[in-house]
Design a protein around this ligand. Structure first.
Ligand code: ZN
Length: 296
């Protein structure tokens, strides 16, 4: 079984919900019968990530994330970074410091426990433009990303020869470029979505990541996907960098029916959006464990 739980479902500027980061868990038996999953992967860890995880650890079914009242950081096996906005990376300094110093359990000679995954261009910029400021504090040259994480750069699907990220033997995660921010042209500021595959059941699911409405790029993935988690922006901006609700409403009904909307602003419960539950699979519920694949 593969499950996905949103730490938060809010936009970058949301205050009523935490930011849109998610915990993917792979289970050999199922989430009901086991105290902890065989494998897990955090999709992004933004500025509100630590607070959200602190809250999640007290929810039923997530006790393995609780270590004597604090976040059990070593229970997070991998973190995948989709892009460099602060609502997606702002919690990484805490995770790095907690893992290296507070939970310094790794045996001498072994690398850091948490695997940090992303496209090479994202990981390189993550260190040099973001994390270096607070983490380049080791003797000598200050250190690098690999002093805190086991770093794993992956190629996106479009580049061919992509090595997917395995979760247990059965599931895979692959990166897909998204049209989120464009400095001058499409894809020139790196951001990624995720495709999940259940190899045994030949089924897929999509986690869009931050993206504009982009049926040209995402359509072929949305069509066969069993479940879609899609970025949404509720206000109708002139040049949106997320998919607006009115744009998503133009998708065919079969696509909308399997589409859970996340990354939404604080006015989501306005009567204006009462129909979202009928038009789509609804707004994503925070800290709810969604079943992505459930075949035995
Ligand atoms: Zn973004």
């Amino acid at each position: 079984m593969l499950t996905l739980t949103f730490l938060g479902v809010g936009s970058a500027f949301a205050k009523r919900n935490y930011q849109a980061n998610a915990l993917v868990e792979a289970w050999a038996g199922g989430s009901e019968g086991q105290a902890s999953p065989q494998d897990n992967l955090l999709i992004d860890f933004g500025a509100t990530g630590p607070l959200a995880l602190h809250r999640l650890k007290d929810q039923p079914g997530f006790a393995y994330l609780n270590q004597a009242g604090r976040i059990n950081y070593p229970a997070i096996r991998r973190v995948l970074i989709t892009h460099l906005h602060a609502d997606h990376i702002g919690g990484l300094e805490e995770l790095a410091l907690m893992t290296r110093y507070t939970f310094a359990k790794q045996a001498p000679g072994q690398g850091p426990a948490v695997e940090l995954i992303g496209a090479a261009e994202v990981l390189e910029a993550l260190w040099h433009h973001s994390l270096k400021g607070g983490l380049a504090t080791l003797p000598g040259d200050g250190g690098s990303l690999s002093d805190y994480f086991t770093v794993r750069a992956v190629r996106p699907l479009e580049d061919g020869a992509a090595a997917p990220i395995p979760l247990m033997d059965r599931y895979e995660v692959s990166l897909l470029r998204t049209h989120h921010i464009a400095r001058e042209e499409r894809f020139d500021w790196p951001s990624y979505g995720l495709v999940f595959t259940d190899r045994a059941a030949a089924a897929t699911a999509l986690f869009s990541g931050d993206t504009r409405f982009d049926p040209e790029n995402l359509g072929p993935v949305m069509e066969p996907a069993r479940l879609i988690f899609h970025d949404v922006q509720l206000d109708e901006a002139e040049s949106p960098v997320h998919a607006t609700l009115s744009e998503l409403r133009t998708l065919p009904e079969p696509i909308r029916r399997k589409m859970v909307l996340y990354h939404y602003a604080d006015d989501w419960d306005s009567p204006r959006y009462d129909l979202v539950g009928e038009e789509f699979a609804g707004f994503a519920r925070p800290m709810h464990r969604y079943t992505v694949f459930d075949e035995p």
